[in-house]
Design a protein around this ligand. Structure first.
Ligand code: BEZ
Ligand code: FE
Length: 289
């Protein structure tokens, strides 16, 4: 443990942790030290660069509040959130795939019944959503808990606009005997991820766009099935290929069909053009031990 060199310090640090009781923690810490040291060997940061890195992480932590999680945002834009999900939730192609949860899910959402209007009167293109939850054999999953939340026509969530009705554009539904759930709201818009913190600096330094494609978030839970955290994007959105959090999957693209008020399945329900979004969600059973 004396006179350590750049060749011996990695093994020395790892050996100090040999009494770690939890074997998984031991594995994680050893790997962390190996990869961190390998990173430093490869990059050879100057002292000033290392101090800048420490300052970046310090400010990332200082940015965090109960409603702003800059570390999760950093994980999102570095692709780590979706990598952890891809490794932990491998599903057959027919099953509904996950995407990021994001910072705007809230436990304090209202529970609504089928067909409710969750827009709370906010302005925008009327959106009708018709969803169905089934298993891999196409059999309806009744009683599934389905959370939905989305942004307004300007790309803001309810809690982001002071004075706006809150909660809005979010609710918890239960599927009926046919696996169906549905609601009315307003069509969400694309919007930028928060760019006023260290993550924003990183995005600007690397010339990346902050804009997420428009989407409706859904979180679906039913006993005996894997939880699905997902979202549906308009298949013609301009930002699908530059999503800053890498959450877009081909299977999560949907036509957000727009109809004149007198046309389509919801004719007569509005006096302005409306959007109809339909999707069937396929749940994967929990792995049995
Ligand atoms: C969202 O879609 O709500 C979101 C996801 C990741 C980062 C920021 C926002
Ligand atoms: Fe979102």
């Amino acid at each position: 443990m004396r006179d350590l060199t750049s060749d011996t310090i990695t093994g020395a640090v790892i050996s100090t942790m040999r009494d770690t009781k939890n074997p998984r923690l031991a594995e994680i810490l050893e790997s962390l030290v190996r990869h961190l040291h390998a990173f430093v060997r490869e990059v050879e940061p100057t002292e000033e660069e290392w101090a800048q890195g420490v300052d970046f992480l310090t400010r990332t932590g200082q940015m965090c509040t109960p409603t702003r999680q800059e570390f999760i945002l950093l994980s999102d834009v570095l692709g780590v959130t979706m990598l952890v999900d891809a490794l932990g939730n491998q599903r057959p192609a027919e099953a509904t795939q996950n995407s990021v949860l994001g910072p705007y899910f809230r436990e304090d959402r209202p529970q609504h019944t089928d067909g409710a209007d969750i827009s709370e009167g906010l302005p925008g293109t009327p959106l009708f959503f018709e969803g169905r939850v089934v298993n891999g054999e196409g059999v309806a999953v009744a009683g599934a808990a389905v959370d939905v939340w989305h942004s307004d026509a300007d790309g803001h969530y309810d809690m982001e606009v002071p004075g706006q009705v809150d909660p809005a554009m979010r609710a918890l539904f239960r599927t009926d005997e046919t696996g169906h759930f549905g609601f009315r709201s307003i069509r969400p818009s694309s919007y930028p991820i928060p760019g006023d913190g260290p993550v924003g600096e990183l995005m600007s330094a690397t010339g990346r766009s902050l804009m997420r494609p428009a989407h409706v978030h859904l979180l679906i839970e039913a006993p005996g099935y894997q939880r699905v955290t997902t979202m549906l994007f308009p298949s013609d959105d301009a930002y699908l290929d530059t999503d800053p959090v890498f959450g877009v999957k081909e299977s999560l693209l949907e036509a957000y069909d727009t109809y004149a008020p007198e046309d389509g399945p919801c004719r007569g329900l509005t006096d302005v053009p409306y959007t109809l979004l339909r999707h069937t969600f396929v749940l994967e059973p929990l792995a049995t031990a």
